[in-house]
Design a protein around this ligand. Sequence first.
Ligand code: WQD
Length: 321
Amino acid sequence: MNILIIGGAGYIGAHVAREFMDAGHKVTAYDNLSSGLEQNIFDGEDFIEGDTMDFIGLIDVMRRGFDAIVYLAAFKSAGESMLRPEKYAVNNIGGAIHVLNAAAESGIKYFIFSSSAAVYGDPQYLPIDEKHPLNPSNFYGFTKLEVERLLEWYDKLKGLRYAALRYFNAAGYDLNQRVTGLERNPANLLPIIMETACGTRKEVIVFGGDYDTPDGSGVRDYIHVTDLARGHTAALEALAKTGTSLVVNLGGGNGISVLEMISAAKRITGRDIPYRITDRRPGDPAKLTASSEKARGLLGWKALYSGLDTLISSSWKVYSK
Ligand code: WQD
């Protein structure tokens, strides 16, 4: 199929593009390069520089004829979203409205949306499944949930069949180092650990060491970005086969703590990784782990590469170059 990946030059977008190309699809990346990198565009992949705020531009591109849209372009820092909600409202919700309206106008059949575990808010039980209450505790999670609600209506009223994929913590790099772009000013844990291992960052600040977890540091469900990408190709296959929209979690299936990540990184990189434990980050839950049973059932998908050592070694192969 002919796939348009909006946000296709980003860290996740590049891995999603790679997976669709490996599965034989024709891929075009649409990206404003605000955080995406042109070096992430592959040979054989078309690239169009553009912004989701440019409705006419989106229509013009989509009229070229695509079978499916993968919509990833959004700001993703939960912390920043609480300080600058207006920026997140315009880009994550306003941008989504333009993309959805252009898709509906252009008769696009399938729509894959990168949603987030942040739609759940504070966990009431673990592992979190898709029946968990939807009560975002940060504005970023609110924007993702709002887009999911728009998708429900566009399915009903415009026949747009969608897959909303609720990502847990994406990490790692392509196992064959085919994606080499490093995120600029990362906020997520593993890139920060990698920069510290490289010596381009002085230390890792550990946000809280007094959580009710085995070593006191925060536990998250890390999913290898290639497993995440495989969830996208599996979701499109399911949409094409059943014509029924779906919402699933995509998680790696194992809870890893901050301190476990740091000590494993020391072991694998052979580098010292200084860290300092400070206060908790407001809004952080102690532990977040996903049930991906629904994705296994609906998509026949399960994580293959999300083990701790693979997450770190695949990242280190890129960062150490
Ligand atoms: C992971 C763990 C931190 C940085 C966010 C979004 C979520 C999703 C993934 C897009 C936590 C700790 C981190 C640091 C630290 N984004 N940490 N020092 O907050 O789980 O999720 O990114 O979909 O929606 O909310 O990811 O990587 O920021 O944090 O101690 O310098 O690492 O406290 O326990 P998070 P993260």
